[in-house]
Write a protein that binds this ligand. Structure first.
Ligand code: COA
Length: 158
């Protein structure tokens, strides 16, 4: 099956909501959150990855076109396709876009117990800069990670 990457369409929303509900039982994004993110275009950019016609992952970036710090908003690969390099490819797409917009640094939040996501972000050059207690839900804390663009630009070309 061919894997393809493209920018998101509003028609993808039902699929994204279904994947959210499955993968984030505690803090799934709602339709309103997705719509406000899509309303934020061009400051936001969302990609989906599809296997044939089936969406198997998506990722989103907030990066104003003014050289400001960028944020990774979300990054998700369906369970059956995890560990095959799709997350890495999606992260590269987001970072290439942030670098094109001359973001000096990129930030993100990740659950402190999410070893695979933290491993992916560390491999790209992200480091912990602080923590937020109860960020996702009571008792579910976030690590804030950041990376400077010079490190990221080296990683995306690897
Ligand atoms: C986190 C997630 C996006 C990673 O996507 P993926 O397609 O599974 O990851 P990849 O196969 O591209 O792996 C990329 C890198 O992640 C790291 N990684 C992956 N699984 C890991 C694990 N269990 N432990 C440590 N590092 C891991 C490795 O550095 C790996 O690179 P390598 O294979 O060259 O060693 C995916 O697992 C996912 O959607 N999880 C559920 C939702 C989620 O937690 N999203 C993150 C929100 S911040």
């Amino acid at each position: 099956m061919t894997i393809s990457y493209r920018t998101v369409l509003r028609a993808d929303l039902p699929t994204l909501l279904a994947i959210e509900a499955e993968l984030y039982p505690v803090d799934a994004w709602s339709l309103d959150i997705f719509e406000s993110e899509f309303d934020g275009i061009p400051d936001t950019r969302y990609y989906v990855v599809a296997e044939g016609k089936e969406i198997v992952g998506y990722a989103g970036l907030f990066s104003p076109l003014t050289g400001e710090v960028a944020d990774i908003q979300t990054m998700t690969v369906v369970k059956s396709e995890q560990g095959k390099g799709i997350g890495k490819a999606l992260l590269k797409l987001l970072l290439i876009e942030a670098l094109r917009r001359e973001a000096p640094d990129v930030l993100l939040e990740v659950r402190e117990d999410n070893a695979s996501a933290i491993g992916l972000y560390q491999s790209a050059g992200f480091e912990e800069i602080s923590r937020r207690k109860n960020y996702y839900a009571p008792g579910i804390h976030a690590i804030i990670m950041a990376a400077p663009s010079h490190l990221l630009s080296e990683w995306v070309t690897r």
